[in-house]
Each structure stands twice: as C-alpha cells, then as structure tokens.
Design a protein around this ligand. Sequence first.
Ligand code: HEM
Length: 412
Amino acid sequence: MTDDRGLIFVDPAAYAEPDRWHAVAAELRAEGPVHLVQAPGRAPFWAVLGQPEVMEVEKSSDVFTNAPAPVVMADPPSPDAPALESPVNTLIQMDGEEHRAHRALVNDWFKPGAIKKLTDQVALQAKRSVDEMQAKGGSCDFAADVAMNYPLRVILDILGLPEEQFPKMLRLTQELFADGDPDFERVGEDEQKMAVIMDVIAMFTGLNAERRSHPTSDLATVIANGEIDGKPLEDMDTYGYYLIVATAGHDTTSNAVAGGMHALLQHPEQLAKLQADPSLIDSAADEIVRWVSPVKHFMRTAQQDYTLASGHSFTKGDWVLLSYQSANRDERVFTDPFTFDVTRPDADRHLGFGFGRHYCLGAHLARLEIRAIFRELLSRLDTIELAGPTLNTASMLVSGPKRMPVTYSFKG
Ligand code: HEM
C-alpha cells in the first residue's frame, strides 16, 4: 500500500511549509527510523529519518555510495535507459579514491586554521550587509536584501572573482538549487540544469586561464593549478570545483542566516538572550543550522546488502535518502528537539553539515559567516520584528526563507 506521507520528501512545496513537513516527519519517525517512499512516476527509495541511522549510512561510505544519483531530483539510471550524464563532475558525485584525491586538493584551504585567516574579510562583508540594511531605513526584506547577498559576496571574495559577476552568480545558484520554485526556475528540468552548468563553464573559463598565467593566493589559483597524481586537473574537473564551491557555499548559508533570524524573531526570549550575551553566538550558530537544516537531503545507493544497528535491512541496489532535516529533530538524540534554544548543549550533534567523508567542506566557513553577521546585527540593532508573512523556497535540496519582511531600528 502506498503511504502518501512519504511525498513530503519529493514535493518541493512541502519543504516550503516547514511546520507541516516536520509534523509529518515526526509521525513517520515515531513508526520507525526508515521508511519506503513510493511516489508516482519516481524510482522508489528508502527515507532514513533517524540521526544515528543517517550517521551509520554516511559512515559506511564503501557500502552506500553517492554515485550514480546523489540527489532525489535525478532518478537512478536503469540498466536499459542510462540517465543523462552531467558534463561536470563534482565531489558530490564522487566516491572512493577519486573523491579522496579531489577533496585533498582544497581540504587545507577549508581547514579551521586557514578559515580563521578569513575572519576580518568576512567581518567586513557582514558589516557591509548590515550597513546596507541600516541605509534602507526601518524596513526591508531580510531574506532578499541581507541574507541573500552576504554569503555570495564572501564566495566571490574567496574565489577572487570581481563583484560584476554578482548578479550572474546569484541567478545561477538560485536556478540550480531552487529546483521546484517557480520564482527561480528555468523551463524544463534537464534543459534547465544543463543551461545553468553551461553558464558556469563560460564564466570560469576566463578565470582558469588568468590564474594559470598569473597565480595569486586565492582559492581559484589552487583549483586552476590543481594536480592529481602529478597531472594537471582537466578543465572539466576545475569547473566542477568552481561549481560546487560557488553553489554549495551560497544558498545554504543564505538560508541559515535568514532562517536563523526568523527563528530568533519567533522566539524573542532567545533573541534577548543573545543580545544580553553575544558570546553565545559561537554555539548558537550550530543550533541555527540544526533548526533550519538548509540542506534537506542527499541520496546514497547501496552497493551490497546491509543491516543497520537498529535493525533495518537494505538490499544491494537500494536507493537511500538521508533526511538531515528529520535527523536534526530526532527525539532519541535531542532533548526537546522542537525547542529552539541558543544555549542547547547538544546542538553540535546535528547533521546539518552531513557526516563522514563527504562532511561539508565549507562547514567552518559557514559557521564563521553565521557568527559574523549575527554578531554585527546584534550589536547594532535596537529592535527588529517580523512585518508580514515569511515565504520559504519550494525546493527538495536547499530551502529556507526567500521573503521575510521585517521592521527595525538601529541603536543611537
Ligand atoms: C550553513 C551552510 C551550509 C550547510 C547547511 C551545508 C551543508 C552541506 C551538506 C549537508 C553537505 C553534504 C554532506 C554529506 O554528504 O555528508 C555538504 C557538502 C558540501 N558543502 Fe556544504 N553546507 C554549507 C555551506 C557550505 C559552504 C560555505 C561551502 C563552501 C564554500 C560548502 C561546500 C560544500 C562542498 C564542496 C560539499 C561537498 C563535500 C563532499 O562531497 O566531499 N558548503 N554541505
């Protein structure tokens, strides 16, 4: 019998209503940590809803691979009808030694020590965004006017791209990630993805050439001149890198910032706590990521039969959805998971950045960005409140507030 509740995992609009989504997911979790989803016109898959179970699947990366279909938007290829191949290969599509070697190229760039060096640069961008908010007077759309721009500027900074590329990059990431939202979509799923990818390739061709002839200390220089086994990276592989850094680092963080602000405005006592003690923001950043879970899922494919410690048995070939948003409210792991608490001691057990070998490359940068902007906002804002309905992006992959009218006043 088909269980319609599982449609929350394949309906972009369901993610735009997080309260309803969470109510259904909690009901499913109460029945068990793993559920079969059979949606009309889609390949069936198992949704993993529990925190320990998502960790176990991620940890067993030899058994559960990202290839061939790491997101639910792309059905796995059937033997008789192979899926459209993406011309660009990113870390998300890779497994095993290929993944290790490619990730090693930029790993050092994203380590805590290296990211710490970006503190002043990121703080400057945070200040600039809050300056712009202040210049707007007493009202703005916090999601579109503040949260959207800030992480993209940080990405442009670290890639060493000029600001003129800003509007193009913004459109690219929105089109690529907001898979089900008519506000951002192009026509036709496959055509849309391909057109976006081709746009990125055109933009980064010039950057590659420039950094090869004139190396600097930026991330683009590391990518453009990267070598694996003594051989320079193929151009297509460098494009994959630019694409993953530009896209994975933008909408995700924007949604964390907008969603974090939304949570604080809905829980004014938490906002008051942070304002009274801004040092709490260091740990609150993780509570924000747990609460918002900007990245909704990734998929894995079982390469052999496997039984989870909690009992569910997968069969070779099973397609598996890791629901970070559900795992982050797992009642067995988090005390009062439906309470937003900036002092939560168990916040760092969240899986909002994933786990294991694919653990978010940009997690330290994302935390730095979230902390920097809230520090700036909290120290300068006198009042802030919601001034109308918040609308969320309809997307199965990355979602959070896309419109969030607020009114506010600044100190002094
Ligand atoms: C709050 C913001 C962010 C969230 C919630 C987030 C979340 C995630 C998640 C859930 C994954 C998959 C992990 C897994 O499969 O276990 C991931 C992977 C990744 N993220 Fe992030 N991310 C964020 C920000 C960033 C930033 C700022 C960057 C880079 C500038 C970045 C770059 C990447 C890359 C390159 C991967 C692929 C890693 C791999 O497959 O080895 N992310 N992220």
